[in-house]
Design a protein around this ligand. Structure first.
Ligand code: PMP
Ligand code: GLU
Length: 401
């Protein structure tokens, strides 16, 4: 019997629930079970041809060796151009580091800026990996609770009150995973006005920036030079270009931090895959605006269907591809299974289990997002699948007493 323990750091975290549920769902699908997968945040569109062709060309021309650690110059220049033209942000290629997905970018950031015990202000509901990454870097996530009443957004007053001498960073994720909340430019400016007065880094995860429905995305780094000098803008290719498997993300930020992240990356993963970098160069500038209209159509459908169900409270998401209904009123109810046995829905986790086993719908319970009254639906799937799922959900709810 082995008595050696795992590290304190690793024992403090749990596996990503979004990825665990997706893996479980994909295994059920592979067995031929007709589950509708509304769990993972993964666009159902194809990677743009320009990206795929660039990758094929990289392979056949032997562009398959180590590259500079922070990414090839061609890609970093392309990202600089994107930030200038789409976000009105001026960076040099040296202020960009490309990593193996935005998840990797975020981890590099926390490694570069956190000392043990440093606090990171984290608005909840939050994406599952933020608190775990902060803990892995021995930081302390300090949760700023939000709910439907403020559209899941922190207020400037709430932020001001939470700042202490231990605060090292504030995490802003707009559009948000899992709530779909988008801060308006005015709201961003009000938050920035608070942050300007303090020496705090801002980690601005803008990975869903292209997916907004009627609200303009505004990067907090645009607020002022001072704000920009403290902000790490995180973005990637997974969501915008349906390139989740290629693993390309990046950070734009102040040179000393980018250098520190590059140093760390040089000892851990080194460069992101050379082929994926070429694919990313191919993808830049190909974002298909029709995807926005399609996502908005799906969002409206899901919202409309949820509104028909008893006891659901649902804020209207203005971005990303998630809906985050509050089903507190379902907790404690009894569900009658097909064999007439009954089971109490004692939490959203039980609800998610039952939806999977008895209704063949895969969703993510809110627990891992710091929101135990909610669950997340990813509507990055076809209308046909969404219709099937919402019918099944309605049948499921009719069996709750
Ligand atoms: N940030 C947010 C808010 C996310 O939802 C995700 C999940 N895709 C990521 C970062 C990481 O994306 P990736 O590693 O695929 O670039
Ligand atoms: N970010 C996506 C999600 O929340 C992909 C899975 C993950 O990396 O968490 O579903």
């Amino acid at each position: 019997m082995m008595s050696l323990e795992l590290s304190r750091r690793i024992r403090a975290i749990s596996p990503s629930p979004t990825l665990s549920i997706d893996t479980k769902t994909k295994a059920l699908l592979a067995e031929g079970i007709d589950v509708v997968n509304l769990s993972v945040g993964e666009p159902d569109f194809n990677t743009p041809d320009q990206a795929s062709l660039a990758a094929i060309s990289a392979i056949i021309t032997n562009f398959t060796k180590y590259t500079p650690v922070p990414g090839i110059m061609e890609l970093r220049k392309g990202i600089v151009n994107k930030l200038r033209t789409e976000n009105e942000l001026a960076y040099t290629p040296e202020e960009i580091i490309v990593s193996s997905g935005a998840k990797h970018s975020l981890y590099n950031i926390f490694m570069a800026i956190l000392n043990p015990g440093d606090e990171v202000l984290l608005p909840a509901p939050y994406w599952v990996s933020y608190p775990e990454q902060i803990r892995l870097c021995e930081g302390v996530p300090v949760v700023l609770a939000t709910d439907e009443s403020t559209g899941f957004k922190v207020t400037p007053e709430q932020l001001e009150q939470a700042i202490t001498p231990k605060t090292r960073a504030f995490l802003l994720n707009s559009p948000s995973n899992p709530t779909g909340a988008v801060y308006t430019p005015e709201e961003i400016r009000a938050i920035a006005a608070v942050l300007e007065k303090h020496d705090i880094y801002v980690v601005s995860d803008e990975i869903y920036e292209q997916l907004t429905y009627g609200v303009e995305h505004y990067s907090i780094a645009r607020f002022s030079e001072n704000m920009k000098s403290k902000t790490l803008v995180v973005n990637g290719f997974s969501k915008t270009f349906a390139m989740t498997g290629w693993r390309v993300g990046y950070v734009a930020g102040p040179l000393p931090i980018i250098k520190a992240m590059t140093s760390f990356q040089s000892h851990t993963t080194a460069n992101p895959a050379s082929i994926s970098q070429k694919a990313a160069v191919g993808a830049l500038g190909t974002f298909d605006q029709e995807h926005v209209a399609e996502f908005q159509h799906r969002r409206d459908f899901v919202l409309g269907q949820l509104a028909e169900l008893p006891g659901v409270i649902c804020a209207k998401p203005e971005g990303a591809f998630y809906v985050f209904p509050n089903v507190r009123s379902w907790i404690g109810k009894t569900y009658t299974r097909a064999n007439q046995s009954t089971i109490v829905v004692d939490s959203v986790d039980t609800l998610a289990e039952l939806l999977l086993t008895d209704a063949n719908i895969s969703i993510v319970p809110g627990t891992g997002f710091g929101a135990p009254d909610n669950f997340r639906i990813s509507y990055a799937t076809s209308m046909e699948q969404l219709k099937k799922a919402m019918n099944r959900l309605s049948d499921f709810v009719s069996r709750l007493r």
